[in-house]
Design a protein around this ligand. Structure first.
Ligand SMILES: Nc1ncnc2c1ncn2[C@@H]1O[C@H](COP(=O)(O)OP(=O)(O)O)[C@@H](O)[C@H]1O
Ligand SMILES: C=C(OP(=O)(O)O)C(=O)O
Ligand SMILES: [K+]
Ligand SMILES: [Mg+2]
Length: 567
């Protein structure tokens, strides 16, 4: 194919004096690889088999939409109320559980700004999960939301059994409890709990500390009797059904044979099949230890789900993952700082610095990152958070994480909507503070792409983000087929909303997790003029932009940047 030059066009229909920083933007343009040849995508017709495509007067193929642009009710309301520059950039993930699985409760989360609904396969059966997925899809279709679904695998952690149906059990100081790998009929014998992991009695030693839920109750191993391990309670506390167990020796977590447990169990594979069949958007893999398991799952998904591209999120919560962090994140489509289990596997005081490291690494590698667990733990019971929780949420927003997650707060807490609204308002406030302080240029980003054309997209996005900040534009529009250009732009964290248009429904839902992106599914062409006009009218009709707004438009087909006022 003949090499063409990058299309680089800067059109400023308003007088330059109306935008004094324009000169600065022009100087930025010199950074762009405008003189380097690269391939120009000729036509998008082959990517639109379901559409009637016909030549327009310019000889370019224009596709008529087979379905209308998808709307974002919550975002539209935010945009109208706050103006485009001050919409929330940090995305919100809510774990759905008994407190929020009804249609009305789910809708309340949608109204509150939930971007992704998370299903934890540790709990509930597949029928229950199917009903929730259906309810989310119905909300999207009937009420115009764009909520993605994330399935989170159970993995092979060591946990207690169901307590024979009891809601909880209290362990008192000095009591001797039996932790046993034997199965029991309900009701369980007194002071006895079942442990799900066969090798448990072999792995522990007399003198080890046994922590329930990372320390909510603590025991010391005093005697081993075949399958039974006798333990003395040293920190009294409440034992909850299926509570997580870790045992510690000389100040670190013990991983004997349990280090050999598979990351994805046979039950997880069945759940994954279920997730593929139900068309979930993300699969979050618990207790990832290496990149191999991610690569394996990605090829499995590619072989089973033709076309629909499910993103794989690595949960960083196992001590073993910390030595392979970069390799794991490179292999994944995103990561989660799963502080619940992470904090039970490493000393708690190490969690904050590891969180910061993972968030930074993900941004360097252009992967979305979720900060999860106990952000607003006290709101499971109380209508307001602690000051310390607000500071924790602020820190995650300040670190520019893509998303924040609620667990028990939304799954089984008393105030799921209030917890979500705290995440939303703290995000907005911290983002505004960041903007006022003009912090956006802080992080220097290394190259992520290995291909030349990828590097061009990267440079375009970096320049567009700098221009957006300097010119204080109202929005960036990005037209992207596979979503890559949108994520590269989100990675630069520009100080304005990013409207991302893609041909693919699954790409659109995936983009929902990424910082600052407001994704739409829309069939578009190589003719930027027509794309712009159509999207301007659509967003104007929805009150999301207005005539005179200054915007930047990018396209990954033309690898172009345009600056213009909305007509
Ligand atoms: N699908 C569900 N069915 C019942 N309870 C759930 C469900 N999902 C979550 N929960 C409840 O919410 C709590 C917090 O959720 P999460 O943090 O995701 O799980 P875990 O505590 O197992 O790590 C769980 O301990 C459980 O009590
Ligand atoms: C998010 C986490 O995983 P789960 O809730 O599945 O234990 C965590 O451990 O922080
Ligand atoms: K899980
Ligand atoms: Mg976990």
């Amino acid at each position: 194919m003949a090499a063409a030059h990058s299309l680089l066009r800067l059109s400023a229909p308003a007088p330059a004096s109306a935008h004094p920083p324009l000169g600065a933007a022009l100087s930025l343009l010199r950074l762009l690889p405008a003189r380097r040849p690269h391939r120009l995508v000729a036509s998008c017709s082959s990517a639109l088999p379901d559409l009637a495509a016909f030549p327009n007067p310019n000889g370019l193929l224009v596709a008529e939409p087979a379905e209308p642009v998808t709307s974002h009710v919550a975002t539209e309301t935010e945009l109208r109320e706050n103006g485009p520059r001050s919409t929330r950039r940090t995305k919100l993930v809510c774990t759905v559980g008994p407190a929020t699985c009804g249609p009305a409760e789910l809708e309340a989360l949608a109204v509150g700004g939930m971007n992704v609904a998370r299903l934890n396969m540790c709990h509930g059966d597949r029928d229950w999960h199917r009903k929730v997925i259906d309810a989310v899809r119905r909300l999207n279709e009937d009420k115009g939301y764009a909520i993605a679904v994330m399935m989170d695998t159970e993995g092979s952690e060591i946990h207690m059994g169901d307590l024979g149906g009891a809601p909880a059990a209290k362990a008192e100081d000095g009591e001797i409890w039996t932790f046993s790998v034997r199965s029991f009929e309900a009701p369980l014998p007194e002071l006895t709990v079942h442990v799900n992991y066969e090798g448990f009695a072999e792995d522990v030693r007399v003198g080890d500390d046994l922590l329930v839920d990372g320390g909510m109750a603590r025991f010391e191993v005093v005697e081993k009797l075949g399958p039974d391990v006798k333990c003395r309670c040293t920190d009294p506390g409440l034992l909850l059904p299926r509570a997580n167990l870790t045992f510690w020796r000389d100040g670190s977590v013990v991983r004997e044979k349990n280090a050999m447990l598979p990351t994805i169990t046979s039950k997880d594979w069945l759940d994954i099949d279920f997730g593929i069949a139900e068309g979930v958007d993300f699969i979050a893999v618990s207790f990832v230890k290496s990149a191999e398991v991610i690569n394996h799952l990605k090829s499995y998904i590619a072989a089973r789900s033709r076309g629909s591209d499910i993103a794989v999120i690595a949960k960083i919560e196992s001590i073993d993952s910390l030595t392979n962090l970069e390799e794991i994140i490179r292999a994944s489509d995103g990561a989660m700082v799963a502080r619940g289990d992470l904090g039970a596997q490493i000393p708690l005081e190490q969690v904050p610095s590891i969180q910061q490291k993972i968030v930074k690494l993900c941004r360097q590698l252009n992967k979305p990152v979720i900060v999860a667990s106990q952000l607003l733990e006290s709101m499971i019971e109380y209508p307001i958070p602690t000051r310390a929780e607000v500071a924790d949420v602020s820190e995650a927003v300040h670190q520019r994480a893509d998303a924040l997650m609620l667990s028990g707060e939304s799954a089984m807490g008393r105030y799921p909507d209030k917890a979500l609204s705290v995440l939303s308002s703290v995000s907005l406030r911290i983002e505004r503070w960041w903007r006022e302080e003009k912090h956006h240029e802080a992080l220097e980003l290394d190259d992520v792409s290995s291909s030349f054309s990828g590097k061009i997209s990267e440079e375009i996005c970096i320049s567009a983000a700098k221009m957006a900040n300097k010119l204080e534009v109202d929005a960036v529009f990005v037209y992207t087929k596979g979503g890559h250009m949108a994520s590269l732009l989100s990675r630069c964290r520009p100080d304005c909303p990013i409207f991302a248009f893609t041909n693919s429904t699954s790409v659109r839902r995936r983009l929902n997790l990424q910082w600052g992106l407001i994704p739409f599914r829309l069939t578009f062409s190589d003719d930027m003029e027509s794309n712009l006009n159509r999207t301007f009218s659509l967003l104007k009709a929805r009150g999301m932009i207005k005539s005179g707004d200054l915007v930047i438009a990018l396209s990954d087909m033309l690898q172009s940047i345009q600056v213009m006022n909305v007509p």
